[in-house]
Ligand binder design. Structure first.
Ligand SMILES: *Cc1c(COP(=O)(O)O)cnc(C)c1O
Length: 367
């Protein structure tokens, strides 16, 4: 089956002959977890310096063939995105602000010297995948289909320069409710020995290399009984940046929200931007500025800071009850999730699941 669409490349769809049965799919969707199962199909689009983007396909999900000299394997020329597809009550499936992800992927590509995928092709790639894999979008409360677009340099060449050959893929993985037993506040570990990004580095790009650098401190967080790690600015080691894969907000007792300004080493989250908008809509002041870890410690201890939360596509909004470092702990691990934290979480998920009006035009129907 082949069909032409109004994006600058035309997609060919090759249907899987080994797709899971309805019963197999239903049993996966009953308890999908996160990132464990993948749908029957994937998108792939090739790029070369000579031909640009070409050979766009939806094809059966399966292993990639890479030459052992492919540059991604040696120099980590890789970027990715993450967004979710939500099933609404009428059965239709929607995604959230995909243009923002497309544009962020273009910025990441620029930083990693990869080719920029035009927004129309990015969005068309999601529609084409959902045209065959929409039945994989679960319908239970707070479940979704997580989409992982990514791009690699796959030229077989060990010389160090930007690759002349690359490929873009999209894979999809059904996701269960992140907080299956109800939203539970987490403890956060303050990393002082390691930074995730450097000035002028790749902190603002969504690239695998940043994650590789965050895994050792993440392990340190687990060893200290914490769920996530908080990184400080790479210059002075004084100001909050973000968690390994989530942005961070503090709430003052007068209702003001404070979040680290985009410093060039922080990832600009789509959830972060959406939370800022929803909080302002409610009349809250939102400050994007430098926030020192001392301000958080003092504020948590004095009661000036009454709530803290992390946010990102995967977990949406995660309340933070405790901040822990090598020589201090502030907060109370039995404290309930903050009121404003939970209200913003609910409002955002209500928009995503079509339970409330989409007044900012954030939703896009995929199937
Ligand atoms: C993806 C990501 C986020 C969250 O971004 P969203 O667009 O909200 O999902 C935050 N920090 C890092 C390092 C990330 O990679």
């Amino acid at each position: 089956m082949s069909n032409t669409v109004s994006s600058p490349v035309s997609f060919t769809t090759i249907r899987s002959t080994t797709a899971r049965t309805v019963a197999e799919r239903d049993s996966i969707l009953a308890d999908p977890g996160f990132g464990k199962y993948f749908t029957d199909h994937m998108v792939s689009i090739d790029w070369t310096k000579e031909k640009g983007w070409h050979d766009a396909e939806v094809r059966p999900y399966g292993p990639l063939q890479l030459d052992p000299a492919a540059s991604v394997l040696h120099y980590a020329q890789e970027i990715f995105e993450g967004l979710k597809v939500y099933r609404h009550a009428d059965g239709s499936v929607w995604t959230f602000r995909p243009q923002a992800n497309a544009e962020r992927m273009q910025r990441s590509a620029r930083r990693l010297a990869l080719p920029e995928l035009p927004t129309e092709i990015f969005i068309e790639s999601l529609k084409q995948l959902l045209a065959v894999d929409a039945p994989w979008v679960p319908s239970a409360p707070e479940t979704s289909l997580y989409l992982r677009p990514f791009m690699i340099a796959n030229e077989s060449f060990l010389g160090v320069r930007s690759a002349h050959r690359a490929a873009y893929y999209v894979i999809a993985s059904p996701a269960g409710s992140y907080f299956a037993g109800g939203v539970k506040p987490v403890s956060i570990w303050l990393s002082t020995d390691y930074a995730r990004a450097a000035k002028g580095g790749t902190g603002a790009a969504k690239c695998g290399g940043n994650y590789a650098a965050s895994l050792l401190p993440q392990q340190e967080a687990y060893e200290n009984g914490c769920a996530q790690v908080l990184f400080l600015d790479p210059l002075e080691g004084k100001y909050l940046e973000e968690l390994g894969g989530m942005n961070v907000f503090l709430v003052r007792k007068d209702g003001t929200l404070v979040t680290p300004e985009l410093s060039g080493s922080i990832l600009e989250g789509v959830t972060r931007a959406s939370i800022i908008q929803l909080a302002r809509d409610r009349g809250h002041e939102v400050q994007e500025r430098k926030v020192s870890v001392q301000e958080w410690r003092d504020g948590f201890a004095s009661g000036e800071i009454v709530e803290a939360f992390a946010c990102g596509t995967a977990a949406v909004v995660t309340p933070i009850s405790v901040l822990k470092g090598a020589d201090f702990t502030v907060g109370d691990e039995n404290a309930p999730a903050g009121k404003l934290t939970m209200a913003l979480r609910e409002e955002l998920t209500n928009i995503q699941y079509g339970r409330t009006a989409d007044r900012h035009g954030w939703m896009m129907r995929l199937a």
